[in-house]
Design a protein around this ligand. Structure first.
Ligand code: GP9
Ligand code: MN
Length: 427
């Protein structure tokens, strides 16, 4: 009830940080394009196979002087996978311990999500995805989040050869999305969800332009091929953005939603990465995914702060110059000083610059050595465990108790779901 909301707000008061004044508002008034890189793990950046870079376009963006890149950014999804990533990225709320919150609560709950916030600051908002609108209950959840438009397969040309696995092939999808994008009133906030780089990584012959890897694990070896194809679609999209003239007034944010290769394939990962031991510690380290923010004139560089998907929204809003210290967000701006640098995983495990917890085992994050905790270290990890549990349980309360019914910042106008309609008009 509303008293639960009060405890959440009291807690959040202690964890929200002032933005970094060097970056606050640097993207004010610019378009924001968020590109969801399906199943894309950080190790693919600069990874070579068969003498080729697997993702040359994303590598270029990662190292660009106008890109803020984060080398210790982790996905934090649970069983909701993509849906959990979307929940964190656009609400700074965790997914649930079980199942996709977008399906269970997306239709009925009150949210104060990125699209609604930015809409009220004058942005047009649109989501793009080459799958049916019902997947993960997006068609309803996006209304609750305040998306003006949702361009799903209902709006995209239908042709069997355009589809692969879960949806429209990335190259076709990105260009079809570009067509709509250039007609949106600016500034806009747009999210483009790619899908070709999805387990088990099938791809038509014509688009296979790098050989499969040779681990012998069938559901791993296609990964570099679909990642390579996804990368090409990004290269084409960025070239289009430049040609359209829009690049100059657009901030582009890239993120990997979650792992592509699960913990069930440690042997194959050992082969792929050349690591002799690929155990639980390595698996935790390989939950890193890209988070990159690219904009003309942005002072970039590779930042080593530890964070994850929960931290994306405060970071983006601060760059956009949208005051957000009074919103309900569990993350912290990745550019702020004095960040806690604790990355909770959905199952209660965590990574910090010092400690990595997997189950009941602790490792030194820096060298991977298993720790026999000293008394001082025990106190450290107890504090971290408390923080992780508090974050997860308060966030769960917000979602399962629909607590945002009871609070909104003064400036925020409640989203009226019936104002939204994503059905295509005939003719
Ligand atoms: C399908 C897609 C896949 O629309 O977003 O979701 P995932 O299986 O990665 O959770
Ligand atoms: Mn996904």
């Amino acid at each position: 009830d509303s008293s639960d909301m009060k405890s959440v707000l009291k807690y959040l008061k202690t964890s929200r940080l002032a933005p970094n004044s060097q970056y606050f508002g640097k993207a004010k008034g610019k378009n924001i394009i968020v590109i969801h890189l399906e199943s894309f793990q950080q190790f693919l950046i600069d990874f070579k196979w068969d003498g080729q870079e697997v993702t040359p376009n994303l590598n270029k963006i990662y190292h660009d002087n106008n890109t803020l890149s984060f080398s210790n950014f982790f996905h934090q999804v649970g069983t909701g996978k993509t849906a959990d990533a979307e929940m964190m990225m656009e609400n700074s709320l965790f997914g649930l311990p079980e199942g996709p919150a977008m399906v269970q609560y997306g239709t009925t709950n009150t949210f104060q999500a990125a699209p609604a916030i930015l809409d009220q600051k004058g942005y047009t908002t649109a989501a793009f995805h080459g799958d049916v609108p019902s997947f993960w209950n997006r068609e309803n959840t996006y209304k609750s989040w305040g998306y003006d438009f949702f361009f799903s397969t209902n709006y995209l040309p239908k042709k069997a050869s355009y589809m692969e696995n879960y949806g429209m092939k990335d190259k076709i999808f990105m260009m079809e999305s570009a067509n709509y994008l250039q007609r949106l009133p600016q500034p806009f906030y747009a999210k483009l969800i790619t899908v070709t780089n999805h387990y088990p990584y099938p791809l038509d012959k014509a688009n296979q332009t790098i050989p499969k890897t040779d681990t012998g694990d069938n559901t791993v070896d296609g990964y570099v091929q679909t990642a390579h194809y996804l990368d090409q679609s990004i290269g084409e999209f960025m070239a289009w953005l430049k040609d359209s003239g829009m690049e100059k007034n657009t901030m582009v944010v890239f993120y990997g939603d979650h792992y592509g290769i699960s913990a069930n394939h440690k042997k194959a990962m050992a082969k792929l990465t050349g690591k002799e031991n690929f155990g639980n510690y390595e698996n935790a380290m390989y939950q890193r995914v890209p988070f990159m923010i690219h904009m003309d004139g942005l002072q970039g560089g590779v930042k080593t702060t530890y964070g994850g998907e929960i931290d994306a929204l405060p970071t983006i809003l601060d760059l956009a110059g949208v005051q957000n210290t009074d919103t309900v967000q569990f993350g912290q701006d990745l550019l702020a000083d004095n960040r806690n640098q604790i990355v909770p995983f959905r199952n209660g495990d965590f990574v910090t610059p010092q400690y990595t917890k997997v189950g009941s085992t602790y490792y030194n994050t820096q060298d991977g050595k298993q720790l026999k905790l000293t008394d001082a270290q025990k106190q450290d990890v107890e504090k971290i465990n408390n923080h992780v549990q508090t974050q997860l349980s308060f966030s769960d309360k917000v979602i399962t108790g629909d607590l945002l019914r009871f609070y909104k910042p003064d400036w925020f106008k409640k989203v009226v779901k019936s104002d939204y309609n994503y059905n295509r008009k005939k003719g």
